[in-house]
Design a protein around this ligand. Structure first.
Ligand code: SF4
Length: 397
């Protein structure tokens, strides 16, 4: 994917599920008009989820995920099922692929229950309709169920339109990153330290997305490093509508920005955009009551630490120890790994999750809530430990 493409985290995630040999991979290939997945008469050809970011009309930018068959048995099979279930965490729209005219298997009804329990909209695609002896009519599509044929192309267009209508419903819930907090014409100052953890020659995704949203909202973005912030603020004639800083520069920035100018961080904006800002804020209260031996999970949404450098592994644990004046026990996860059992943790400290989509971020927050474990993100934790959390929340109230 090139830097100009829509980020994966902003694409509609459409995952295809079904028993082995239901025609899942053929349908994925027919929908994407590409040989995205290996098609074989041998059951269980798809052993790992196959992902592809693409433009899919009439939806737009999507991430198509072809998952392993869900009816596998034995150790390898159960591992595959687990992986398919894992995909649901990030799924915006699920497709259950079943052979036309077949009796539903238990694994399929279980999967539908899972979609419904998690509130994931789903479509039932009844494949291989060309093998059905009778005559197929438009009436064979009903509600979220559609009979189709990947081989002849029957109802493939209609299937895509059905997916499009689901995506459209999701769009109704579309949120702004920062635009709704601003008035047209506002000037927003963004503070971006350029240190050794900043990638060479470019801004990171959350910064790019914030600037884009500010511009789209008819406002101006002024970008500077923390070292130039004082001069930048003095040079702006009109009082800025908001200052947004990298969380790691909170301490310095909050001293420079006058109290009558609203201040927040990229991390807090993203906590609201694709998580639950108020739940994460509540989690910050747990920081000060941590004791020796309490288990703290530090979880990062991707495996490349380039953008976040040693913040999760070194800085955050160090700041927490200093803040709570105790020696909690830290564990770490990254990428798609997120523990199934959370109840033994006293606190989860999550990264900003810029590489995760909203569905996955919400799944993690809900898991923590269900387990009764407070969860906070890096930016909110840092603001709390710097004593400026209330100030940084003002813009959202
Ligand atoms: S997903 Fe998390 S760890 Fe990865 S770059 Fe974004 S904030 Fe950093």
């Amino acid at each position: 994917m090139s830097l100009n493409d829509t980020p994966v985290s902003e694409r509609v995630h459409i995952a295809f599920f079904g028993i082995r040999n239901a025609g899942k991979s053929s349908l994925v290939n027919a929908v994407t008009s590409q040989e995205m997945s290996l098609v074989s008469e041998v059951k269980g050809t798809t052993t790992d989820p196959v992902r592809k970011a693409m433009e899919l009309l009439p939806i737009g930018p999507v991430l198509i995920i072809d998952t392993p068959g869900i009816d596998d048995s034995g150790e390898l099979g159960s591992k595959r099922v687990e992986r398919a279930e894992n995909i649901l965490k990030e799924t915006d729209i699920a497709v259950l692929v079943r052979e036309y005219g077949s009796e539903p298997e238990k694994s399929e009804t279980d999967l539908i229950r899972l979609f419904e329990d998690r509130g994931i909209p789903y479509v039932k695609a009844l494949t291989k309709a060309d093998l059905y002896g009778g005559e197929l009519k438009d009436g064979d599509s009903d509600g979220n169920e559609i009979a189709l044929s990947s081989k002849t192309g029957f109802h493939i267009k209609e299937f895509k339109e059905l997916l499009g209508s689901y995506a459209e419903k999701n769009k109704g819930k579309e949120k702004k990153l920062v635009g709704d907090l601003l008035n047209p014409g506002d000037t927003v100052v963004l503070v971006i330290p350029i240190d050794e953890s900043a990638p060479k020659g470019r801004l990171i995704l959350p910064q790019q997305q914030t600037i884009r949203d500010i511009l789209e909202s008819g406002c101006s973005a002024v970008v500077c490093r923390d070292s130039e912030l004082q001069d930048t603020l003095s040079g702006i004639k009109k009082k800025p509508g908001l200052v947004i800083t990298d969380s790691q520069a909170y301490g310095r920035v909050s001293k420079i920005v006058p109290e009558d100018i609203l201040l927040t961080s990229f991390s807090m904006l993203f906590a609201r955009y694709k998580g639950d800002l108020f739940e994460l804020k509540k989690g910050a209260d747990r920081l000060k009551t941590l004791k020796d031996g309490d288990r703290v999970l530090i979880s990062e949404g991707c495996t490349h630490h380039r953008q976040c450098n040693d913040i999760g592994s070194v800085k955050i644990p160090g700041w927490i120890r200093d803040y709570c004046k105790a020696e909690p026990e830290f564990s770490f996860t990254s990428g798609r790994d997120f523990p199934e059992k959370l109840k033994d943790y006293s606190l989860i400290v999550h990264c900003g999750g810029c590489m995760l989509n909203e569905a996955e971020m919400r799944f993690r927050i809900n898991k923590a809530r269900e387990a009764g474990v407070p969860i906070v993100n890096y930016g909110i934790a840092i603001a709390a430990m710097n004593g400026i959390l209330d100030r940084c929340m003002e813009v959202f109230l």
